[in-house]
Ligand binder design. Structure first.
Ligand SMILES: N[C@@H](CCC(=O)N[C@@H](CS)C(=O)NCC(=O)O)C(=O)O
Length: 347
């Protein structure tokens, strides 16, 4: 079957973005074929140019000229899939609601992934779990000796990268307190509705699912915390995995003004930790600084500068500025006092 009929992607079971996209493909009834492996090697074996940077998951999509290109970055791919396949959309038609959905997706991809990476490699027992399962997730029959080597190699490399996302002994309490507040906010939100913006899932739900699939399903410490404080979230993760039987209709998007107060608690967490991180990072990118330090949730945070996250902030602002006056004022009243407004430029 050609790419046209069955969408091809390469990823890993323990990659949150791979899980985000697989759940989305199932929900959207998009036929797919996933190869478990390294995108770089996969592209080479197919004679297709690698994307830059090479990230998981990588999709093979048809180019305008008829050829096949390898692409990664789940957020724009979701928008591309909306154009390629009709029905069962994950993007609310109401621009104000769509903006909030985008905020949630961005927060999931860029902040919740810090929970994931931190918990995966910060404590020895979690690192041992991931160090063993990651190579086995590529080849379950790996010889024991090779597994031991791979385990040491991956663990050393990933533990050495913790500082990149800002995880350290100093920031660990901030990350872990944010994870608990986030779980509590989501737990109380799920008491009112099945998904973040109503009775059908948006792109933001899939973003959250991707990270939570790991936090709840793969890494021992965050799994225990989730079971302790957020049983609804644990059950939601199982349900989100496959929403192919859900029958969406447009009335299932709950208008912004009817959303329960619990949505705001989620936004308050975004404003409390993600907004300051985005602003500090963007300033560092502008100043050409390789690392940045600043206060997040009352503690000193330091991490490597990420040009990609500065782009995310730019895209969020472009979307915000594209809102019509009425839509923008509905978004503004929801966001007022959450702290999220600090990362949006009024103009
Ligand atoms: N913004 C990207 C992020 C994808 C991403 O960071 N993927 C990770 C795995 S979960 C990756 O491939 N990292 C490369 C590496 O660790 O070498 C997306 O939404 O797809």
């Amino acid at each position: 079957m050609s790419v046209q009929h069955r969408l091809e992607l390469v990823g890993a079971p323990a990659s949150p973005y791979t899980q985000k996209m697989l759940a989305l493909l199932r929900y959207r009834h998009i036929p797919y074929a996933v190869s478990w492996g390294q995108p770089g090697e996969f592209c080479e074996s197919r004679g297709i140019a690698k994307p830059r940077p090479v990230l998981m998951p990588t999709f093979l999509l048809e180019e305008a000229g008829g050829g096949v290109e390898a692409v990664c970055d789940s957020t724009p791919i979701i928008r591309r899939l909306e154009d390629m396949f009709t029905g069962r959309s994950v993007l609310p038609a109401d621009p104000a609601l769509a903006f909030v959905d985008y905020l949630i997706e961005d927060f999931a991809d860029e902040w919740c992934t810090r929970y994931m990476f931190h918990y995966r490699w910060h404590r020895q027992r979690d690192a041992e779990n991931a160090g063993t399962l990651l190579p086995l997730g590529m080849d379950v029959s790996l010889a024991s000796e090779t597994l031991q080597q791979a385990r040491r190699f991956i663990t050393d490399r990933q533990v050495g990268r913790l500082y990149v996302v800002g995880s350290s002994d100093i920031t660990a309490p901030v990350i872990e307190a944010s994870y608990r507040r986030f779980l509590q906010a989501m737990e109380s939100h799920l008491q009112s509705q099945q998904f973040m913006l109503g009775a059908r899932p948006g792109a933001g739900d899939f973003g959250l699912f991707g990270q939570l699939s790991q936090l709840v399903g793969f890494d021992p410490t965050p799994r225990e915390i989730a079971r302790e404080v957020a049983p609804r979230v644990v059950a939601w993760v199982d349900l989100m995995q496959d929403q192919s039987g859900h029958q969406p209709d447009d009335s299932q998007w709950l208008p912004l003004q009817e959303q329960p107060a619990s949505l705001r608690s989620l936004l308050v967490e975004i404003g409390r930790v993600y907004a300051p991180a985005q602003l500090l990072n963007a300033r560092a990118v502008e100043a050409g600084e390789k690392t940045w330090a600043g206060e997040i949730d009352g503690a000193l945070w330091t991490q490597q500068t990420f040009p990609y996250q500065a782009k995310c902030l730019k895209w969020t602002n472009e979307r915000y500025r594209a809102l019509g006056a009425g839509d923008r004022s509905r978004v503004d009243s929801l966001l007022a006092g959450t702290g999220v407004e600090s990362m949006l430029v009024q103009s």
